[in-house]
Design a protein around this ligand. Structure first.
Ligand code: PLP
Length: 323
């Protein structure tokens, strides 16, 4: 670890940087759900954030904090998902050149979206090349700064601003449920929650098939798993980060894991009852609450809906899925 762990002050600073840059996303409630659970549930709608996910927060904050020389040289990342789109869009907003390393067989929609933000796309072969090595190679050769999807202090601090806004808007909470992939969103949320509402129990929620975070939390050290398979494509990480894990280990109340069926059920609930599109990964925290994976009755609950990017064909298939 060459940088220091971020703290609450960094989240507050990120909030300053992001003011007027990110949407202050709405907090929605459902009387139907509250009645059924006998709880007050507040959904922080990052599915309505720029580029359709909270990732814009961390990406913009990380690029904004680079030196003049680093900005001039440009940034590189290896995510073709929400982080890649967020880097492409944030880099353009800050006048920085972005390079996105993407698999040769990445969906055209993803390539086009990144290219439409002016990013340079570098294809690599998933079967023979390692994307991190490809990105690091470009960084070394061209003097670019690599901005990873979760394991970076400035990314974590930026992601923490979503929970910060939620606490500002609704006040104290008994529990907060956060989708968990590599842990940038959870670690940032924990920094905000611990400072603002230290009594609030914060849960990370993963896909059951990819519960490396749960295993790591229980064991007290990072556990590396084989590539998982789940519809939660934004949370298929194999290991928590060097920077995210210590924060999660210290402050998280527990890590929960939910199977894909619960995510589909939650997507249907959001479409039918709340009229919002939430991607499978974005439903992780909500699914744990809706299906009462832990007790929620009588509590004030916060849930981060982390994203809304899902291609229409798979969205339609999820909605049509019989319970
Ligand atoms: C990236 C992502 C996550 C997971 O975030 P981490 O910081 O990797 O834990 C959750 N939901 C969505 C929609 C994402 O794009």
């Amino acid at each position: 670890m060459s940088l220091s762990l971020p703290n609450y002050h960094d989240v507050q600073q990120a909030a300053q940087t992001l003011r007027g840059v990110v949407h202050r996303t709405p907090v929605l409630t459902s009387q139907t759900l509250n009645g059924r659970l006998d709880a007050e549930v507040y959904f922080k709608c990052e599915n309505l954030q720029r580029v359709g996910a909270f990732k814009y927060r961390g990406a913009y904050n990380a690029i904004a904090r680079l030196s003049e020389a680093e900005r001039k040289a440009g940034v590189v990342t290896y995510s073709s998902g929400n982080h890649g789109q967020a880097i492409a869009r944030a880099a353009r907003a800050l006048g920085v050149t972005a390079t996105i390393v993407m698999p040769l067989d990445a969906p055209r929609a993803k390539r086009n979206a990144a290219a439409s933000y002016g990013a340079r796309i570098i294809p690599y072969d998933r079967n023979t090349e390692d994307r991190v090595q490809v990105a690091q190679g470009l960084a070394d050769a061209e003097g670019l700064t690599l901005i990873p999807p979760f394991d970076h202090p400035d990314v974590i601090a930026g992601q923490g601003t979503a929970a910060l806004e939620l606490f500002e808007d609704v006040g104290g909470l008994d529990a907060l449920f956060v989708p968990l992939g590599g842990g940038g969103l959870l670690a940032g949320s924990l920094l905000a929650a611990h400072a603002i509402a230290p009594e609030c129990l914060v849960y990370g929620v993963e896909p059951l098939a990819g519960n490396d975070g749960q295993q790591s939390f229980r064991k007290g050290e990072r556990v590396h798993i084989d590539p998982p398979s789940s519809i939660a494509d934004g949370a298929l990480t194999q290991c928590l980060g060097e920077y995210t894990f210590p924060i999660i280990k210290q402050y998280a109340h527990d890590i929960l894991a939910v199977e894909d069926g619960k995510l589909i059920h939650a997507m249907q609930f959001f479409a039918e009852r709340m009229k919002i599109v939430v991607e499978p990964t974005g439903c992780l925290g909500a699914a744990a609450v809706i299906r009462e994976v832990v007790p929620v009755r009588g509590m004030r609950i916060g849930v981060i809906l982390s994203g809304g990017n899902v291609d229409l064909a798979s969205y339609a298939a999820c909605l049509a899925h019989e319970p």
